[in-house]
Design a binder for this molecule. Structure first.
Ligand code: A3P
Length: 287
């Protein structure tokens, strides 16, 4: 099996996508009360699959401790979606790595809500580099330099980071969309949970907020077998090479980029975001 399949020019991992799953995605009937967490890969998808059910159910830990993340909050474009969708009660929670323009037709006429999580692309690249080393279903990433070239050229899962964030940042969704960054979530998880709950219209007591933030901390999630991918066989995800929940920090790129790599990476990203008036918290960082 080829590791990737092409979908409108985007490389998608063949292990989790098929012509059928993409047809299912395209024809999916989005409901007005559906909630999507949308991410470019390695930007906090698994984290959102933990946080959102707890917000909607008032902090009941049962689902996050008994249902694997991929069935609890499925990827709409993946092969599992068709099998598990009927098990979801409304409001349905889903994740997707799709850019805005490729969302199913019914999404655009619905009132479904979206939380878009963006992450510093330098950290996304580092996280993805280690993920490629541990995931046997992906290409060997090569050297860090080689992988950077692929990342900047968009020859990686779901294409270019810049195209993905631009598509969602420029999406005309009014109050249907909440933008947040992984980096803000790292800085103040309880504050982020509160923003999500306000956005979704779920009232949470201070005690429940605290409980959810504490359960969704990196160290706590690392021990949750329903979310840390430890159920996946070693031949598929080799945790001797890297853990799925690897470091969970903001700014790990500083441990991996040389000044030359940093300059090349920033220049390429800034050039592509240049005309789009998109600003992120990490833009203020000194180079
Ligand atoms: P690192 O590789 O930098 O550690 P995704 O789920 O989109 O594939 O993203 C995976 C990244 O999110 C990994 O980043 C993982 O550790 C991080 N992550 C998952 N849960 C987290 C949490 N509770 N706190 C902080 N980071 C988390």
């Amino acid at each position: 099996m080829e590791p990737y399949m092409d979908y409108h020019g985007l490389p998608l991992p063949s292990i989790a996508h098929s012509q059928d799953s993409l047809k299912y995605f395209e024809n999916f009937q989005v409901k007005d009360d559906d909630v999507f967490a949308i991410t470019y890969p390695k930007s906090g998808t698994t984290w959102m699959q933990e946080i959102l059910p707890l917000i909607l159910n008032g902090g009941d830990l049962t689902p996050v401790k008994t249902i694997p993340n991929w069935d609890r909050v499925p990827w709409l474009e993946e092969t599992r979606a068709a099998q598990v969708m009927d098990n979801l009660s409304s409001p349905r929670l889903m994740v997707s790595h799709m850019p805005y323009n490729l969302m199913p037709a019914s999404f655009f006429s619905s009132k479904a809500k979206v939380i878009y999580v963006a992450r510093n692309p330098k950290d996304v690249m580092v996280s993805s580099y280690f993920f490629h080393q541990m995931a046997s279903f992906l290409d060997d990433p090569g050297t860090f330099d080689e992988f950077m070239d692929k990342f900047l050229a968009g020859q990686v899962l779901f294409g270019k980071w810049t195209e993905h964030v631009k598509s969602w940042k420029e999406a005309d969704l009014g109050d249907r969309i909440l933008h947040i960054t992984y980096d803000e979530m790292v800085q103040d998880l309880k504050g982020a949970v509160k923003r999500f709950s306000d956005f979704l219209g779920c009232e949470m007591s201070e005690e429940t907020l605290q409980k959810v933030a504490s359960h969704c901390s990196f160290n706590s999630m690392k021990t949750n077998s329903m979310s840390n991918y430890s159920m996946v066989p070693q031949e598929v995800m080799d945790t001797n090479k890297s853990a799925f929940l690897r470091k969970g920090i903001s700014g790990d790129w500083k441990n991996h980029f040389t000044p030359e790599q940093e300059s090349k990476f920033s220049t390429a990203i800034m050039k592509e975001l240049g005309g789009s008036h998109i600003k992120f918290p990490w833009d203020a960082e000194p180079l």
